[in-house]
Design a binder for this molecule. Structure first.
Ligand SMILES: Cc1cc2nc3c(=O)[nH]c(=O)nc-3n(C[C@H](O)[C@H](O)[C@H](O)COP(=O)(O)O)c2cc1C
Length: 172
């Protein structure tokens, strides 16, 4: 469930070919920095974004397990790649190809995270839409355990790891 009261609409915004959406958070996912493109796409001012949880742009069509996977990876020092549907302040949506990496202090402790998103490959988005839809349906009945099982069974059936699938879909 989205944490805000915005009603999602069917209006899509597309990222420009050479744009990057950049944000940084603290260890808890509270936004500490966002670039101009982030504000334009999300439709919020800097004031409205800073100090807010990154789930402010959470879209209800995103399976929860995607974020669990992201947090499991980044909090253990690994990076996350994924296709994410986000929701703007006006309810419209935009797809991104996201990469999240941990930020470290001089003692090598994780002090926060940086996410950089670029325009996703459209055929990749078309591929993940039905998969995410299925995962959201499964989450409504069987929770993240069910959607996680579906995802890992899908990867097993196709004999790929999560990262291999995502990178091959984006063609990066
Ligand atoms: C650097 C960073 C970037 C994130 N970017 C997004 C994002 O673009 N969209 C999103 O829904 N969640 C993003 N998240 C995850 C959210 O913090 C949150 O875990 C997620 O939206 C799930 O919301 P929930 O925990 O309230 O269910 C990001 C987290 C981090 C650390």
């Amino acid at each position: 469930m989205a944490k805000n009261k915005i009603t999602p609409t069917n209006t899509e915004k597309k990222m420009k070919d050479n744009d990057f959406i950049v944000s940084k958070t603290n260890q808890k996912g509270i936004i500490t920095y966002c670039n101009e493109v982030f504000m334009q796409m999300a439709g919020y001012t800097e004031d409205e974004l800073l100090k807010k949880n990154h789930n402010i742009i959470r879209h209800p069509d995103m399976p929860k397990v995607a974020f669990k996977l992201a947090w499991d990876l980044i909090s253990s020092g690994q990076e996350f790649f994924g296709f994410v549907k986000n929701m703007s302040k006006d309810g419209s949506y935009y797809w991104v190809f996201a990469n999240i990496t941990p930020d470290y202090d001089a003692q090598n402790r994780i002090i926060g995270y940086t996410s950089i998103r670029r325009k996703p490959n459209q055929s990749a988005v078309d591929t993940v839409i039905p998969i995410y839809k299925k995962m959201c349906e499964l989450e409504r009945t069987g929770g993240m355990e069910a959607s996680g099982k579906f995802l890992f069974d899908f990867l097993d059936d196709n004999n790929v790891t999560y990262d291999e699938l995502i990178i091959s879909l984006q063609g990066a």
